[in-house]
Design a binder for this molecule. Structure first.
Ligand code: MN
Length: 230
């Protein structure tokens, strides 16, 4: 069977210590999953988390140069641990959810904050604020078979050498297994799905020329340089 147009290569992440690639199917993202970030976005510290999606083609494997996107003047970073699923399922129990995980990475949930805010203010979808070209830089995956399932450890970001975000994975409101369980109530999760597990406080704007270095203890690092828009 032939396709009417050329078939594209599936977005994929390198794997630390392997020459195989991890093909990415969907990108789920959790909002407001750290108390201090939830407060800086206008919450009261108790709101239940919620999810949104980005197209898999928004991935920027291994980071590197990322173009400042169009139609924004408030382009933000959000440093997050990324969870990659090797096994899917429905109504997954949080107690067994880790068995579905292939590995973990460092990601940046890049955000056109002004477009997101416009959607919120007007009761419209805010997908344009979150899902756009190069909106999901992501490091190589560290397999759970090598590093286990990190539930604590430092997550941090520097911009031009200055620290902008620092928190501990233990500060998540909903743990990774709880996120997988919750999502699997609403979706049939599939192998290749990845989850951006939320950002701590300290989100802020970047501009062309800025150098971002994000890291998670025991998982890896991700370097991004913002370059001029097209
Ligand atoms: Mn986020």
């Amino acid at each position: 069977m032939a396709y009417a147009i050329s078939l594209w290569t599936p977005p994929a992440l390198p794997i630390t210590g392997s020459t195989d690639l991890f093909p990415v199917r969907r990108i789920f993202c959790v909002g407001r999953n750290y108390v201090e970030h939830q407060k800086e976005m206008g919450g009261d510290g108790r709101e239940a988390p919620f999810f949104f999606l980005k197209a898999a083609h928004a991935l920027v494997p291994l980071g590197g140069e990322v173009r400042y996107p169009p139609k924004t003047s408030n382009y933000h970073y959000e440093t997050e641990m990324v969870v990659a699923l090797a096994k899917g399922g429905r109504r997954i129990d949080a107690k067994s959810a880790n068995a579905h995980v292939f590995g973990y990475a460092v990601g940046l949930d890049m955000t056109r904050r002004d477009l997101q805010q416009w959607g919120k203010d007007h009761g419209r979808p805010w997908g344009f604020g979150k899902d756009f070209d190069q909106a999901a830089p992501c490091s190589a995956l560290a397999p759970a078979a090598r590093i286990g399932h990190p539930a604590k450890g430092a997550l941090w970001l520097t911009v031009n050498g200055k620290e902008r975000q620092r928190a501990d994975l233990a500060d998540m409101i909903w743990s990774v297994p709880e996120q997988i369980a919750y999502l699997s109530e609403y979706y049939t999760l599939e192998p290749g799905d990845i989850i951006f597990s939320g950002t701590p406080a300290g989100v802020g704007p970047v501009k062309p020329g800025d150098e971002l270095l994000a890291g998670i203890e025991g998982v890896g690092e991700l370097k991004v340089r913002i370059v001029a828009p097209l």
